[in-house]
Design a protein around this ligand. Structure first.
Ligand code: DAH
Length: 340
């Protein structure tokens, strides 16, 4: 029996030495020290021994058990340590390794232009409002004083969805929405997409962007309109920029004007950008027609206002010297990356 005990101890040493992980160690523990383990079996069989033998064997059995328990405990610690070391190695971060380059996107030139224009107006106290691209015929035409026979309502210019619903052809319907929602003083701009049934070419696109402006309050005059837009032109195109207001017609303003700015390329001498005239047309504007103010339920004796609208693509093309509007929509990164 003592030989058996010594054999168990020797075998345990060998097995423990080989064991690599917790599962294997647990297996060894159960096999040797568990209820049905080898050592336990031997201890149970000791009843048949003579008292002297029992004493001697008992002492040896206890020694063997103690030794195995100690070895097992040491091995468990060693395995734990090794596992931790392996994990640390796996999670190690080399802080001296050079970083990977992050590819940042760039803003689209139209976004840059829209933000630039919006910023100028925001600095003058305008807030930004938005309207839907799918509009009612009423908001896009009727409420803007463009009655049923107005040429802009022609099917060839407008994408109709139903008889009463269309893709807005201009951002001007946001004027109507604002007047119906807000009481004066009103001082807003509204950037957004517009749609017209045009065949794409170098200067036309069926989808394009406008920025609309609307100011309504007591005592607003044409002088406010001119002062605001002249200041805007100087901030966008440079402090030496001059403006010229030419009479024009829009159904929703009376009087109406188109605004030219002195050519920012040649300063007015005449060049390719201004086609030799020294002036560049940049927006439409006017004093809000009383019929439009009435849509908002305003007393037209008390309140007056001005409005303006400009094409974002046109401004971007002029500013950046882009000669084909289609370049804005192709998303060729070689084009877009130039506006960083
Ligand atoms: N909606 C006009 C267009 O698309 C631009 C415009 C002109 C807007 C005069 C205005 C304005 O608000 O007063 O051609």
């Amino acid at each position: 029996m003592q030989a058996q005990l010594n054999r168990i101890l020797e075998e345990a040493k060998v097995q423990l030495d080989k064991a690599q992980d917790h599962a294997q160690l647990e297996e060894i523990r159960v096999k040797l020290l568990g209820k049905k383990g080898e050592l336990t079996q031997i201890l149970r069989g000791m009843g048949q021994l003579s008292p002297e033998e029992r004493k001697e064997t008992g002492a040896l059995a206890n020694k063997v058990r103690g030794e195995i328990e100690q070895l097992l405990g040491e091995k468990v610690e060693a395995v734990k340590k090794a596992a931790k070391a392996a994990q640390f190695k796996l999670e190690k971060i080399d802080v001296t390794e050079p970083g990977k380059p992050v590819n940042l996107g760039v803003k689209h030139p139209l976004t840059i232009t829209m933000e630039e224009i919006s910023k100028v107006f925001m600095n003058m106290g305008f807030s930004i409002v938005e309207g839907p691209e799918v509009e009612t015929v009423f908001n896009n035409f009727d409420a803007l004083n463009a009655g049923p026979n107005h040429p802009a309502r022609d099917m060839t210019d407008t994408f109709y969805i139903t008889d009463d619903v269309l893709l807005r052809t201009q951002t001007s319907p946001v004027q109507v929405r604002t007047l119906m929602k807000q009481k004066p003083p009103i001082k807003v701009i509204s950037p957004g997409r517009c749609f017209r049934c045009d065949t794409p070419d170098a200067t036309h696109s069926p989808m394009f962007h406008q920025i609309e402006g609307l100011v309504v309050d007591e005592g607003i005059t044409m002088a406010d309109l001119k002062g605001t837009l002249d200041s805007f032109a100087k901030q966008l195109f440079g402090p030496d920029t001059k403006t010229k207001f030419r009479p024009h017609h829009f159904p929703f303003t009376e009087p109406s004007a188109e605004v030219d700015v002195s050519c920012f390329k040649c300063g007015g001498k005449g060049c390719r950008v201004c086609k030799g005239s020294g002036w560049i047309e940049i927006l439409g504007c006017g004093m809000v027609h009383p019929n439009v103010l009435k849509v908002g339920g305003l007393d037209t004796e008390k309140y007056t206002g001005f409005a303006f609208g400009m094409g974002v693509e046109r401004v971007a093309m002029l500013k950046y010297g882009v000669d084909d509007i289609r370049l804005f929509y192709e998303n060729d990164m070689r084009f877009i990356n130039q506006f960083k």
